[in-house]
Design a protein around this ligand. Structure first.
Ligand SMILES: Cc1ncc(COP(=O)(O)O)c(C=O)c1O
Length: 435
């Protein structure tokens, strides 16, 4: 597979754009060079050298309906005639809020819109501290909540820097972060009742809220154990601590009501972004009215010039209407495709005696290489998964026309076909013996 034109463009990009990319993860794309694309539609993408790929990155999650679905194109093209950014309200914003609230299980809730997952999680942290008057947020290793200094700690920390298992220390994900921002966090290992109990006991009266990915899409796509979820709810209640779900990946993807519907748990607050608008930039916080009223009266300040711009609201409207109209059949189909791909990969791995491992919930799942039956949190992943083998796998899959993310996370879209899935499984059967 030839990437000559991409290579030439990347050389030029490095002269013009820092590192040649606009988001750091794109450097790690599993190709010999970060690729340049001409266009994308549905489940497919085409690069500047004319290669076609079945895409399982799907914008790192936002393209729930595949690339550039016609129904979103049509809605946005019509609505953007009205103008782009009003810095004022318009009626469709309310229709979107109504649609979203009708799908999310939380009762007596209100919403606020922003433009990215990072921004909305920052608002979430501020709101939890503002409501409780407490200084600290409990954050788990392995969970990603955006690149702000306030929370970009201990996402995937090297274990030799991360402290003991029962007393993790914050590890910044970047140089240049405000060191004081670590003081606002209590870092804890996830999916383990004992560690959680200890964290609450060590910080009594200090923890404003817990933030977590309810299904850990950023590490092996782990579904937490029922015991952990039960303990989490109990400890939050006993300690007057708010529980917040970061549903930036899972929201509108794993079920109409997101992970809270799937797990049967209603948090105090939740954030949404990626899958809301089929690829347009928007984010939303949803929370109990009494908490959200603090944002409403300006006690907790929130702003943003691009919040609820016409195109993003229009795309969200089209997306949520589409989900509403297709009903359960939409999720049965989407998750069914994901489960079929997971099963296909498992079967190939078994027949080839490969340690390829899949874990997740269908429409989003993770591929890793491990002999363990199940990975339960970040340290478990770091100790037991062979990330360099996954990188080789993804590079070889790309040569077969299958575009996988650098971190192992697979995003299905409703545009993926049975043929796409069969081709992907067949490609894995070719690649695995070569690793
Ligand atoms: C769970 C989660 N929260 C927040 C974010 C940040 O979202 P954004 O990239 O839109 O800033 C991400 C991004 O990957 C995410 O996966």
């Amino acid at each position: 597979m030839n990437h000559d034109r991409s290579a030439r463009l990347f050389d030029k990009a490095k002269e013009l754009v820092a590192g040649g990319v606009s988001s750091q993860i794109r450097v790690a794309e599993p190709a010999d060079v970060p690729l340049f694309f001409t266009h994308a539609k549905g489940s497919k993408m085409w690069d500047v050298d004319g290669n076609e790929y079945i895409d399982f990155i799907q914008g790192m999650g936002p393209n729930l309906f595949g690339h550039a679905p016609d129904f979103i194109n049509k809605q946005v093209a019509a609505d953007m005639e009205k103008g782009y950014v009003f810095s004022a309200q318009f009626e469709q914003e309310l229709e979107v809020a109504e649609l979203a609230l009708s799908m999310i299980p939380m009762k007596d809730a209100t919403v606020r819109f922003a433009s990215s997952g990072t921004e909305i999680d920052q608002l979430l942290l501020r709101t939890m501290r503002g409501f409780t008057g407490r200084p600290k947020i409990l954050k788990f290793e392995g969970h990603y909540h955006g690149w702000m200094d306030s929370v970009n700690w201990s996402v995937h920390p090297p274990l030799d820097q991360a402290g003991p298992d029962d007393a993790p220390v914050p590890v910044g994900e970047s140089e240049g972060m405000d060191p004081a921002s670590a003081d606002g966090l209590v870092i804890c290992q996830w999916n383990d009742v004992g560690f959680l109990e200890k964290a609450f006991a060590d910080h009594q009266g200090e923890i404003a809220g817990v933030i977590m990915e309810p299904i850990l899409a950023n590490t092996n796509c782990i579904v937490p154990s029922p015991e952990f979820l039960e303990a989490l709810q109990r400890l939050c209640k006993e300690n007057g601590t708010l529980l917040a779900f970061d549903e930036v990946i899972t929201g509108f993807r794993v079920a109409r009501g997101g992970a809270q519907e799937l797990l049967g748990i209603t948090p105090d607050l939740a954030t949404y972004a990626k899958s809301m608008a089929g690829g347009f930039p928007i984010a939303m916080i949803v929370g109990r009215r009494e908490i959200m009223d603090l944002i409403g009266d300006g006690t907790v300040y929130h702003g943003g010039s691009f919040n609820s711009n016409v195109m993003s609201i229009s795309a969200t409207y089209a997306s949520l209407k589409h989900i509403e109209e297709r009903g359960d059949e939409f999720y049965d189909d989407l998750n069914g495709k994901g489960l079929r791909l997971m099963e296909g990969l498992r079967d190939v791995a078994k027949s080839l005696e490969s340690d390829l491992h899949v874990q997740g919930v269908g429409s989003v799942f993770a591929i890793s290489f491990t002999t363990k039956q199940e990975i339960t949190n970040w340290r478990d992943h770091a100790r037991n998964c062979d990330d360099s083998k996954y990188t080789r796998f993804a590079k070889e899959m790309l040569k077969q026309g299958i575009r996988l993310s650098s971190n192992g996370r697979i995003h299905l879209s409703s545009a993926h076909t049975d043929e796409d899935i069969d081709k992907t499984v067949a490609a894995a059967a070719v690649v695995l013996p070569t690793l």
